[in-house]
Design a protein around this ligand. Structure first.
Ligand SMILES: C[S@@+](CC[C@H](N)C(=O)[O-])C[C@H]1O[C@@H](n2cnc3c(N)ncnc32)[C@H](O)[C@@H]1O
Length: 277
């Protein structure tokens, strides 16, 4: 999938992400808190969010940099940017721009911090994102990126993909294709930072729990957020779609309790600062 195709695909799910903003925000809360702690934005800082989606992290940062600071929320998808703009209505110190995280076109050394939640592994070339981050940061500026650990560590987000493969309903992805679990190798991510001229990154492991009132809610939420499921359901005959749903339900039954489903996950936050030359 080219970057243009990726932007178009993410635009297709922008309405779903807008609908599920509170759910994503609740599930990812420990990750957001860790990102903000490591980014450590201060009043007056200029902060760039890459792949901001509906901009929840950027809104959190805006509250911290105060009226003398500014946050630029970017995303490759124009539709996501429109949602982010709506969600931040009335917030004075936030602006928005459609931009590819690999090449933003923003001035060099113009930000005190760069943050990205669950975007690095989705770019065609994560090394280009890290290099671009380094370019736009001032010396000493902070970066904090969240990525997912492996697929088995994240059954909330990987069970459907696994079931699609096991039922022969999807082709295995190309090796190293952009995807949520592509940067699960800690050493690889560390090397990306080291090679770009950042200080050796700090790694925080952040366990999460995704909660759903029922399996039906899990399915609906996932249909709203996940392109892979939407695409599969668009093309599958009803019987095959039902088979998929049954297999996923069976595999997630172990996470079912009195209050619905609580499915574990593991994210990682890598943070660092730009070293003087
Ligand atoms: C999984 S969503 C995460 C959105 C948001 N950061 C969050 O945590 O809620 C990934 C977002 O990254 C964006 N994205 C993927 N590749 C990108 C790239 N190369 N440049 C900019 N945005 C990108 C997508 O358009 C999408 O909005």
């Amino acid at each position: 999938m080219s970057q243009t195709e990726s932007a178009a695909a993410w635009s297709e799910v922008a309405a779903g992400w807008e609908r599920r903003d509170p759910w994503v925000s609740a599930g990812a809360k420990p990750v957001t808190e860790k990102l903000l702690e490591r980014l450590a934005p201060r009043p007056g800082h200029a902060i760039l969010e890459l792949g901001g989606g509906v901009g929840e992290v950027g809104r959190g940062v805006a509250a911290r940099v105060g009226p003398d600071g500014r946050v630029l929320i970017t995303d490759q998808s124009e539709a996501m940017i429109e949602v982010a703009r709506r969600a931040a209505e009335g917030v004075a110190n936030v602006s928005f721009q459609a931009a590819d995280a690999q090449s933003t076109g923003l001035p060099a050394e113009s930000f005190d911090g760069v943050v990205g939640r669950f975007v690095l592994m989705l770019a065609q070339d994560p090394a280009a994102v890290i290099a671009e981050t380094h370019r736009v940061l001032r010396t000493g500026g902070q970066v904090a990126f969240a990525v997912w650990a492996s697929a088995p560590d994240n059954p909330w987000g990987s069970t459907i993909g696994r079931a699609l493969l096991d039922l022969g309903l999807a082709e295995p992805p190309e090796p190293d294709a952009p995807g949520p679990f592509r940067l699960a190798d800690v050493d690889r991510v560390r090397l990306l930072f080291d090679s770009a001229g950042f200080d050796h990154p700090i790694l925080d492991e952040v366990p999460i729990a995704m909660r759903y009132a029922s399996f039906d809610e899990y399915w609906d939420v996932t249909c709203d957020l996940a392109m892979s499921l939407r695409n599969a359901l668009r093309e599958l005959p009803e019987k095959r779609a039902e088979e998929l749903r049954s297999l996923v339900r069976e595999r997630l039954a172990q996470y079912e309790g009195d209050d619905g489903l609580e499915i574990p996950g593991l994210a990682r936050v890598f943070s660092s600062r730009k070293l003087p030359r």
